[in-house]
Design a protein around this ligand. Structure first.
Ligand code: GDP
Length: 362
């Protein structure tokens, strides 16, 4: 499953948010494939369409997609030089698909800010700088060997060129995600495992009375996120903690009273999907309705591999009914009679919400 890491300076509200997430995790604990570890919370990716499909195919079992949220505590100024939890912290970031950076956007005299004042721009650049310094160090370590190998293997030259460009950019304070522009560069650069190449979602943490629109601090975060092509969300970690304590049936009313369409956690999950360029297709039968996460733009065989690699290898074709057609016609049989079941080949680009049966050779 996908992994998001929560980072942020001390005292910004990370633990509060993470505790709210682990409280929700209890609901996911019925799913046997969810790992339970102290600093990892597994959450279900909300998708109302699954309920609808389950009633159409008459199954009691719904298996949603999951997302792992890792609490990566310990980032302070100087982490790349071993301050705080230093390198341990950075190695945890290496393992995540996306970073959720919690930024303090609330004033509270009782909660000390590590740098003395609430300053989102400074907090953001502190963390980004640590990631870039760590990347610079690992690139410089790599460089000698890479140059040496490239003297023998000419096909390594583009990699050397990219490495030089990345080192130069990082030294100028530009994160790797802004340096690898073309698909080719991204593909090549992925073997550098750079921290500053990971997509970032800023979670601007405000007090409840600044929901849903935020304040001057969140406006600053928004400006920075826009400039960097990143995403931001306004959340209240304390409110999330309150929501997590409510019985499930009381949550919608509580959210509505705050002017929120869904919980901050659900918005984080949705934005992470967006940020990572992911979407969902379904399998639906009497046994279960299940969501499968794939890259937007993935063709049918790649989508099949989400279920099993054998499905990709032996791919013959995909029988596809669009979600809306399933709902409109009310059953697979009726959708089929109306000519809405398509037989698609290897080139078919799977769409969000497709309900698919794969045909394959074993
Ligand atoms: P962490 O060090 O980033 O994990 O921060 P914590 O989650 O431990 O929060 C630090 C302190 O800030 C705690 O006392 C929280 O109760 C408080 N806190 C978190 N979010 C908010 C908020 O939105 N408003 C206010 N006033 N306090 C908050």
């Amino acid at each position: 499953s996908l992994r998001c890491g929560i980072v942020g300076l001390p005292n910004v509200g990370k633990s509060t948010l993470f505790n709210a997430i682990t409280a929700k995790q209890a609901e996911a604990a019925n799913y046997p494939f969810c790992t339970i570890e102290p600093n990892i919370g597994t959450v279900l990716v909300p998708d109302e369409r699954m309920q609808e499909l389950a009633s159409i195919v008459k199954t009691p079992t719904i298996i949603p997609a999951t997302l792992e949220i890792v609490d990566i505590a310990g980032l302070v100024r100087g982490a790349s030089k071993g301050e705080g939890l230093g390198n341990q912290f950075l190695s945890h970031i290496r393992e995540v698909d996306a970073i959720v950076h919690v930024v303090r956007c609330f004033d509270d005299g009782d909660v000390i800010h590590v740098h003395g004042k609430v300053d989102p721009a400074d907090d953001i650049s502190t963390i980004e700088t640590e990631l870039m310094l760590a990347d610079l160090e690992s690139m410089e370590k790599r460089m000698d060997k890479l140059r040496k190998n490239a003297r023998k293997e000419k096909e390594l030259l583009p990699l050397v060129e990219l490495a030089e460009k990345v080192i130069k950019g990082l030294s100028d304070g530009i994160p790797a995600r802004a340096l690898m522009e073309t698909d080719e560069e991204k593909a090549l650069g992925s073997q550098f495992f750079l921290l500053s190449a990971k997509p970032i979602l800023y979670a601007a943490n405000v007090s409840e009375n600044d929901l849903p629109d935020g304040n001057a601090y969140t406006a600053e975060v928004q400006r920075i996120a826009e400039e960097a092509g990143s995403k931001m969300l306004i959340i209240s970690a304390q409110t999330e903690a309150e929501i997590a304590e409510l019985p499930e049936e009381e949550r919608p009313e509580f959210l509505e009273s705050l002017g929120l369409p869904m919980s901050g956690l659900d918005r984080i999950i949705q934005s992470a999907y967006d940020l990572l360029g992911l979407h969902t297709y379904f399998t639906a039968g009497v046994k279960e309705v299940r969501a499968w996460t794939i890259r937007k733009g993935a063709a049918a065989p790649e989508a099949a591999a989400a279920i099993h690699t054998d499905f990709e290898k032996g791919f013959i074709r995909a029988e596809v009914i669009a979600y809306n057609d399933m709902i409109t016609y009310g059953s697979e049989q009726k959708a089929k009679e109306a000519g809405k079941m398509r037989s698609e080949g290897k080139e078919y680009i799977v769409k969000d919400g497709d309900v698919i049966v794969f045909r394959f050779n074993v």
